[in-house]
Design a binder for this molecule. Structure first.
Ligand code: SF4
Ligand code: SF4
Length: 155
């Protein structure tokens, strides 16, 4: 049987990323799994398993192209359930941020983030949506002040 050594560098990286600090306190009880909507609908997704892989420093499984972390809905149910205050959802968000640095995030997600960065919106405002709003008697959609948005993205 082949054994893989723990990737301490990756563990260190995750622990020093905002949200990833508490992953070392996970004792694998599984309380985060029972009410997790993503685990209910996807056999590939299990927050306890994600935490186990984080404890093992399994960088490839967690931040590779096929990482299951993108199935998380950010509902925060696991945050409420965890007796160790690991805040699994925040560990997953930290992993997503690491994926962005490594450019392994799915293209659809990258596109969404770019849209927010450049327009302040996840959905484009088109002339068609403008026309439809007018027909419905709705106000024009206000432009997002991009210069203020840029400040939020500053490192
Ligand atoms: S935040 Fe993610 S991992 Fe946590 S319960 Fe919701 S879907 Fe599951
Ligand atoms: S509930 Fe907390 S301690 Fe239990 S497996 Fe999930 S993250 Fe780990």
């Amino acid at each position: 049987m082949s054994t893989k050594s723990i990737n301490y560098e990756f563990k260190k990286k995750l622990s020093s990323t905002l949200g990833g600090e508490a992953c070392v306190y996970c004792y694998q009880c599984g309380a985060c799994v029972g009410d997790c909507p993503a685990a209910m609908y996807s056999v590939d997704f299990n927050p306890r398993e994600i935490l186990l892989q984080a404890l093992l420093g399994n960088e490839e499984a967690l931040t590779g192209e096929d990482s299951p972390i993108w199935n998380c809905t950010n509902c925060y149910t696991c945050y409420e359930r965890c007796p160790q205050a690991v805040r699994p959802v925040e560990v997953i968000i930290a992993l997503k941020n690491i994926c962005f640095e490594k450019v392994t995030a799915a293209p659809e997600v990258r596109e969404l983030v770019n849209s927010v960065r450049t327009t302040g919106r996840t959905v484009k405002i088109t002339s068609l949506s403008d026309r439809r709003r007018k027909e419905l008697g709705l106000k024009e959609v206000r432009l997002v002040p991009i210069e203020e948005l840029e400040k939020l993205f500053e490192p």
